[in-house]
Design a protein around this ligand. Sequence first.
Ligand code: AP5
Ligand code: MG
Ligand code: ZN
Length: 219
Amino acid sequence: MRIILLGPPGAGKGTQAQSISNKYNIPQISTGDIFRKNIAGGTELGILAKSYMDKGLLVPDNVTIDLVKNRLKEDDTHNGFLLDGFPRTIHQAEVLEALLKEQSVAIDVALQIEVPREFIIQRMTGRRVCPNCGASYHLEFNPPMLRGICDDCGSHLIQREDDKRETVVERLEIYDFQTAPLIAYYTEKGKLKTVDGTKAINEVFEDIIRILGEANDHH
Ligand code: AP5
Ligand code: MG
Ligand code: ZN
């Protein structure tokens, strides 16, 4: 299956992406995680991305699109993939569509995780992430088994640079202007599915599995 996850910052895309990717055995491609890996590694791409991310702005389309194009050339994407955090602009969506068309494939589902604004700030300020494997935790809603340690790989958890309140507000605004139009875009293509992201993490996952199962039956 070829899946896109949509939703505002803090909606739970990364959290659900890991479970979906395990269940369907498809790679999770998170542009945010790839940028953060590059920042940690001090690469040229990382330095460039950081200058935008720290302000809550989008990394320029040409940079992000090249990155995803290259990632989608890797062999593990043949049976499908899960895009987490891409596309984030109409232009990115159009380029993705053209790229897949060249390979005679298409996105199966654009899954929107819907979460009202009042939940978001709390989720993002309590978030802790694994700098090594990208896993997301929450101090209150999804704590790791050992405080400050990643369940999956044992690395020390950190707080994301862009999870400060001011940056969160900026990111939400950017989402409204640049990314939210994708909801209409995928609705028009008949690809949009929506899941209620305010439920508990495992309940959201169950709903997602059901929705993806139904979408898959239509093929
Ligand atoms: P990115 O890393 O993609 O960040 P984002 O979209 O802002 O989304 P988040 O990762 O903040 O939230 P999430 O939905 O993954 O939520 P999570 O599962 O962690 O992008 C970062 C930056 O990179 C961008 O600002 C931009 O600069 C750049 N970038 C990335 N992609 C780009 C692109 N395509 N084009 C241009 N620039 C790009 O959950 C949040 C918290 O809530 C966690 O603590 C979690 O434990 C908790 N939680 C999750 N689900 C629940 C639940 N159901 N109940 C209670 N708590 C929950
Ligand atoms: Mg994320
Ligand atoms: Zn980890």
